[in-house]
Design a protein around this ligand. Structure first.
Ligand code: NAD
Length: 497
């Protein structure tokens, strides 16, 4: 589709569920307005799926799964579908990116240059991964051959958050369908637009029912989906408390669930680091994606001998960041995704100050329409302060000083979370000790946020259970079956002779 006169023309008036190859269309029921965080205007309306509509979506996914043409498809045919989806995402990059920006407030240049490419890559990656999975054969017992085959699990419930809908939901859809499952995706009720279009585009390529979409609030549509008796597995990304509820439901229903949850990751900067690179990395890891990312290096631990200098340079750069219109290519940070979330972020200025922290920079909303927050940093007296322990999920850095490596590792570990971590040093020994000593699912040394899809990704402690990645996703989205066959003359015991 060629670009319309105004980017807002890309937003549909109504977003409904997409079931069995088509949008459901207007059927009445509860509606939720969708906002453009850049100025607060309503750009679309979401029609919430109730339990009956969720049931239709699950039944559609079940029918598609039961069709051997999908479930038992040759790997080459499945690869070609995944490659075509990747190409379609790239061909529609501007539209998808614009919808993401209008809805989530992420700067469009970044969505085009990062998230849309990542969404396409997710499908391409799994296309390649499925043709390279080795199997297991056991032949130590000379009389029998035992081999293990893998089978798709069934109908997956995929639940996504609002902070990076395209990149995160596409990973779930790609890994679910690559291994032969079918799915029902539920985006966040705040950000349905880009994913509704993505699901429509995917359905031009996949058989109907393979990828379905339901929209609505977590407690209504999300709960109906996870509680549905015909769901076989649940992949969830979102907040820790919701993750606990999902795990309870999954436990009760005895369904596998993978939950990717919140973080409060430590970014450890040693005096012997390449200071300029560490500074760039610290700014990227707290301010990219408007600061709303699970991977944020939001607790910046700096060695005391460089503390004042490093913090001074960070503040100087933070004050020059261009905050503004996310559709403008010159913008570096766009608006916070919702008015409520902006208030949540700003409330932490008071929280920090009440515990003795000093405000280094920012701390206010911008005086303009939309949900903008200045890039903010505070100096926290202690790692146990709330600004160092709670996920703020915005452009809000908390600085703390450390004495030596042991002190840094101890502080990094003093957290309920354990998603990622960052470490900046030129000393290999220190880098290794920190990377092994900090209890987290992933550590980046001298680089921010390089996502290697071949390797496992996921959190420990309150940051989640389960992993994504080539082998990890295969383990989650397939079931193993062991088959044993005699390959020699084996005599059997005879009953009743
Ligand atoms: P959230 O938990 O409020 O919502 C996430 C999704 O779950 C939404 O689609 C929501 O509608 C749905 N949901 C809510 N209650 C539900 C219920 N009872 N049953 C089923 N579904 C329900 O999270 P959010 O505010 O949308 O996202 C922000 C959070 O996500 C942050 O904590 C962030 O750290 C986390 N996150 C984690 C990762 C990761 O990979 N670990 C990535 C991105 C975001």
């Amino acid at each position: 589709m060629s670009a319309p006169a105004s980017p807002f023309d890309w937003a549909p008036k109504l977003v409904s569920s997409f079931i069995d190859g088509a949008f459901v269309g207007e059927v009445g029921g509860y509606r939720i307005p969708t906002f453009y965080p850049g100025d607060g205007r309503i750009i679309s309306e979401l029609q919430e799926a109730d339990a009956l509509e969720v049931d239709r979506a699950v039944r559609s996914a079940r029918r598609a799964f039961n069709d051997p043409a999908w479930r038992d498809m040759a790997v080459e045919a499945r690869q070609s579908i995944l490659y075509r989806i990747a190409e379609t995402i790239e061909a529609n990059a501007l539209e998808l990116a614009t919808l993401e920006t209008l809805n989530a407030g992420i700067v469009r240049r970044d969505v085009l240059g990062r998230q849309v490419l990542r969404a396409a890559y997710n499908f391409r990656f799994f296309a390649e991964a499925i043709s390279q999975q080795p199997g297991q054969v056991w032949q130590q017992n000379k009389d029998y051959l035992t081999f293990v085959t893998r089978h798709p699990v069934g109908v997956a419930a995929l639940i996504a958050p609002w902070n990076s809908p395209l990149a995160l939901a596409s990973m779930k859809v790609a890994s679910a369908i690559a291994f032969g499952n079918t799915c029902v995706l539920k985006p966040s009720e705040q950000t349905p637009l880009s994913l509704a279009r993505l699901v429509e585009l995917i359905n031009d390529i996949t058989p109907p029912g393979v990828v379905n979409l339901v929209n609505g609030r977590g407690g209504v549509t999300g709960a109906a989906l996870t509680e549905h008796p015909d769901i076989d597995l649940i992949a969830f990304t979102g907040g820790t408390e919701t993750g606990r509820q999902i795990m309870q439901t999954a436990g009760r229903r005895l369904k596998p669930a993978a939950v990717e949850l919140g973080g409060k990751s430590a970014n450890i900067i040693f005096a012997d680091a390449d200071q300029e690179r560490a500074l760039d990395g610290a700014l990227i890891s707290i301010f990219s994606n408007n600061g709303q990312q699970c991977l944020a290096g939001s607790r910046i631990l700096v060695e005391d001998s460089i503390f004042d200098d490093f913090v001074g340079r960070f503040v100087e750069r933070a004050q020059k960041i261009r905050v503004g219109d996310p559709l403008d290519d010159a913008t570096e940070i766009g608006p916070i995704a919702s008015a409520r979330h902006r208030e949540h972020i700003l409330s932490y200025v008071g929280v920090a100050q009440s515990q003795g922290a000093s405000l280094l920079t920012g701390g206010h909303a911008l005086d303009r329409p939309g949900y903008f927050v200045e890039p903010t940093a505070v100096l926290a007296p202690s790692n146990s302060d709330r600004v160092c322990q709670e996920e703020i999920f915005g452009p809000f850095a908390a600085f703390v000083k450390f004495r030596d490596m042991e002190d840094a590792i101890r502080m990094a570990n003093e957290s309920q979370f354990g998603l990622v971590g960052y470490c900046w040093t030129q000393n290999l020994d220190k880098a290794l000790r920190v990377s092994q000593g900090v209890r987290t699912g992933l550590m980046w040394v001298n680089t921010p946020m390089v996502r290697e899809l071949r390797a496992p990704f996921g959190g420990v402690k309150d940051s989640g259970l389960g992993r994504d990645g080539a082998a990890a996703s295969m383990a989650f989205f397939t079931e193993e079956k062991t088959t044993t066959i005699p390959i020699a003359d084996t005599t059997l015991r005879k009953f009743g002779v």
